[in-house]
Design a protein around this ligand. Sequence first.
Ligand code: BTN
Length: 259
Amino acid sequence: MKEIQEQLKTRWLGRNFIYRDGVTSTNDAVKELADQKAAMGTVVLAGTQTQGRGRRGRVWESPEGHGLWFSLLLRPAISPKQASALTLATAVGLCRGLDYYPGLGATIKWPNDILCDGKKLCGILSEMNAEPEKLHYAIIGICLNLQAGYLSDTVAPASVGVEDILQEDVKEETLLCRLLLGLESAYDQFFQSGFGLLRQEWEERSMLMGKQVHVSTVNGDLDGVVLGLSDEGFLQVKLDNQKVAHIISGDIQLRGEGM
Ligand code: BTN
């Protein structure tokens, strides 16, 4: 990963780039740096994670050499309320980076997955350090599978890697630099102009629009049709009783399918 700085075309994202062979979690590594005043745009990439975590406290497998496991530090001048849209902006940014590989056909599944062929390619875990009215910093943890066959039997069937789809070796440094460039462009747009234009792009790139879904939330389960995103980044679902629900967080399944 030494060649990163030579290939990187970003202005601020990844300009402070740290590679570690092994960490508990790259989100923890970035948190430690953030608390020591590390700069906005700091990126930590790890060979492997011993305590990688996913949403809802799930364990995140990070087998060495079979994916990119990295986290970034953002210090945006936005409120904690607006910060939930950071995950959505991240998904758009990752897709922009993945557009360099047209064969992938990446799509977004709310709130934080990138899918290819209906299987999970990328996941995002956003964490914040905030007071009620002030966001100190946000950590965006990202995983991208290169080959999903190395994951355990529990997650492998629903996962896919870039190399599985493209059927060729992908240069990790180049892939990471492209992802960081895509992410920086999405964050710049979000910080300068708000979520409006990104929201439209998110909807265009999402595989959920107009689909019948089953949503599991902490407050119960819902069934309906996805209408799109609200201005704040909530998922709008028209329920079977015709009311529109605004979902802040939850797990989504297409009705009649596993994903
Ligand atoms: C999910 O889909 O549940 C989110 C998975 C996020 C995993 C990444 S790997 C890099 C970063 N470090 C972590 O511990 N988690 C995120």
